[in-house]
Write a protein that binds this ligand. Structure first.
Ligand code: NAP
Length: 167
């Protein structure tokens, strides 16, 4: 099983403002969908609760310490990182399974040591907010792909899609 993390961050590693994503970037929402479809997605309870409904065509795994947490049908509730890793192993019997860690901050922090791939969207601007992606050493990662995109009518900020693999 492969543990991958997917996140969009501004130039200061900001990922959120209260419950919201600080920018509007439809191209990134599409990218998120393309990269996660068909794969298990792991989210903290707060991120999950910002969604109108569970992410379709993906097994939603929600992390909470609340033993009584009730998630919608089809979602899996987990109470620790170890629990998530064990659960993910049962979702596929081949080693190709890619589990996508989708945030927020404590979830990225907890899974970073296990992650071998990072799909990062860098938004080339600075925003107001209070939720950050954890600091990580770029020297530990090889840049496999980088797509730089200019702003356009629908996407008001320049951004880059990065694909990194652990060295
Ligand atoms: N830009 C991006 O790519 C991106 C991606 C995702 C989220 N976000 C943003 O991030 C913000 C939400 O994230 P957040 O960091 O505030 O919260 P979060 O990580 O989504 O959820 C935090 C909750 O997860 C549970 N949790 C955390 N660590 C756990 C552990 N080790 N074991 C079991 N449960 C654990 C706890 O739930 P309980 O309190 O229920 O115990 C905790 O309160 C929003 O602003 C959202 O828009 C941005």
């Amino acid at each position: 099983m492969q543990v991958s993390m997917i996140a969009a961050m501004d130039k200061n590693r900001l990922i959120g403002n209260g419950p919201r994503i600080p920018w509007k970037l439809p191209a990134d929402l599409r990218h998120f969908k393309d990269m996660t479809i068909g794969k298990p997605v792991v989210m903290g309870r707060k991120t999950f609760e910002t969604l109108p409904k569970p992410l379709a065509k993906r097994t939603n795994i929600i992390l909470t310490r609340n033993q009584d947490y009730e998630a919608p049908e089809g979602c899996i509730v987990s109470h620790s990182v170890e629990d998530v890793l064990k659960t993910a192993e049962t979702l596929s019997d081949n080693n190709e399974l890619e589990m996508m860690i989708c945030g927020g901050a404590p979830i990225y922090e907890a899974f970073l040591p296990y992650a071998s791939r990072l799909y990062l969207t860098q938004v080339h601007a600075a925003f107001e907010g209070d939720v950050y992606f954890p600091a990580f050493d770029i020297e530990d990662w090889n840049e496999i792909e980088r797509i730089d995109c200019e702003k356009d009518k629908k996407n008001p900020h320049a951004y880059s899609f990065l694909f990194l693999e652990r060295k």
